[in-house]
Design a protein around this ligand. Sequence first.
Ligand SMILES: O=C(CO)[C@H](O)[C@H](O)COP(=O)(O)O
Length: 235
Amino acid sequence: MKTEGGSTDAKRDAGERAAEEAEDGFVVGLGTGSTTAHAIRALGRAVDDGLEIRGIPTSFQSRELALEVGVPLTELDAVDGVDLAIDGADQVVDDPDVTAHGALIKGGGGAHAREKLVDAAADRFIVVADPSKLSDRLERPVPLEVRPDAHTVVAERIRELDGEPTLRDAERKDGPVVTDNGNLILDCAFGPIDDPDALATRLSGIPGVVEHGLFVGLADATYVGTEGSVEVRRY
Ligand SMILES: O=C(CO)[C@H](O)[C@H](O)COP(=O)(O)O
């Protein structure tokens, strides 16, 4: 379930601007997706120019790209902390008048379990986005990474919460998407989500759910590329 739309230039502007926040000695969380890929490429160029960082990939995709562009890698359990995480989002609440301002839906690439681990561990978590991701509330389906043997019982619990679960199908492979962790993805439509924090708590409590794609209270800022400039939302 990749987010559709969004200009490449806007994504590049956001990603490259966020990469400028990395400093010598930083451990940097490397998110997943097309917007973050611009940040990883910019970090690779900065490393070529002498910046000394280590990256923690959040997916097979971000690991491969980091290796390709020369960002030295480490692991979450091999470092004392994460200084900065840069990651994309599928939807971002952009309304300073609501408590959910800055809450996210992630997992369009099925990488949200590792992304949440790394983003939550970071001293500073910057979301990179183009304007198509901004919304006054979260309403896209929420991806749930679920254990393969649990997908039918989790789907039933989602229906009890008035959600509509859909097992994510793979493209160019018969059957479902299998995550980097060997699990399945249920995309769960709840309609407009008035209280993401409350829904996040309920989803976390369902046995068999490895991780859900609601990121509430985690982001420190969103860098929004607007084709030529970058608007910064701080939380
Ligand atoms: O959460 C994610 C992957 O699980 C991505 O960050 C999210 O889907 C945004 O991707 P893109 O920058 O390609 O629009």
